[in-house]
Ligand binder design. Sequence first.
Ligand code: ZN
Length: 486
Amino acid sequence: MRTGRFAAVAVVLLLLSRGEAGGGLLRVAHEGRPYVELRRVAADLDGAALEARPASTRARLRVAGQVITFTRNWARILVNDSPLVLDAPVRVKRGVWLVPESFVARVLPRLAAGTSLVGAQAGARTAAAEVALEELRFRSYPSFTRVVVETSGPLPYRIEAHGPREASIRLIGLAAQAQVEEIRDGFVDEVRLERAGVDALLRVIFEGMAGTTRTMTLADPHRVVLDFARPTEPGPPAEEVTPLRTIVLDAGHGGTDAGAVGPSGLLEKELVLDVTRRAAKLVEERLGVKVLLTRDADSFVPLPDRTSFANRARADLFVSIHANAHRETMTDGVETYFLSSEATDSEARQVAALENGVVRPESPSGRGGATKDIVRTILWDLAQSEFQTESSRLAEIVHDSMTRSLRIGNRGVKQAGFYVLGGAAMPAVLIEVGFVTNPKEERRLRDTRYRDEIARAIVTGLAEYKRNWDARTRAAGELSLPAKTR
Ligand SMILES: [Zn+2]
């Protein structure tokens, strides 16, 4: 038995080295990820038996005394009877069963070696390139808490237990130090990372009862995303049919953070607070929806707190209002942004860098490189990517309204990595209402009538977006009626 397992490990190592040389194991790209043919994997494994018919839903591989069951289009496989999740789904392409390369690189060595053969295990792990923990992070949303395990390579994992008070997830072959993180967001109490032999065990301790858990694996960078839903929350279909009720308006900067400063001393923080207040009043009058402000005074509000506030309030839209700055003082016009990991152009990237400058007052070192990392982190947690289509729709409607009524340069709808938009669990946009660095525009921006015009233009856009939203909501409501009457 022991020698059999050793043989299997040796074969796996051979497979890997041949794979690299372009030999026995042919790497196939599918949906941009590396796959290998299951048939070839089995053929090269000592004493393995494979059952993988082109038309079946499942395939079975018997090797080293274990039965591995694959289901087409599922990342979840069964090893004997315990589930294990690969970093990509198993595919069947033109009748050929394909498994993610990580199955050969990371899972097979472990299965063949068993947990007792630490020596062989270590050998296989070296060949498969060790997966290290890059970062463990969290974010609380109104209906769920997200835990992200970012790693140096694909990470197979297995949910070992999921009770009402605790969930534990085995992160297979992950090299990481033990750590405890306090979350205390009213749902998840803490998250512990513990060593478990050559694996790491992620334990999530709930304050109350746990709801359902959704997991996904993403690449570039590699990470496992675990969403723990609060138990009493209605599911997404119910949320889709709710009318637009709450808008959060976010006046940029404030307090110690003045934002952009004009040649004659106009401060972005004062201008945008005034415009935001004017817009808030109009939204309530004209749209009849609730408006909340992230700040209603000249106070400093850290960027992460602005979206947490909107998330807690279960806002439907998040609109951040700013004014722009440019080295070339003649630059003018309005631009509207939604969040994206890829900036539209280098200017868009610079605007984002400027606005991201102050994340927290207590960490001046948060500027520059560190800020870039924070933004990257938030973007890749994809809180916003779920709302990207909706955010771009909102950006376009508001932007059109602004450029139509303000007789001002149209710099377009753009995308960039704005930290303040990253944490919003709702459609979110950032409006740059003009350039305070342009002397002519600065003069205009000082004028209260012009500020009213800006506020009106924003609110006209929001009203149009709301009509659009309500129409879609009605359509969705009609579609879901039969389900509700059951
Ligand atoms: Zn700003």
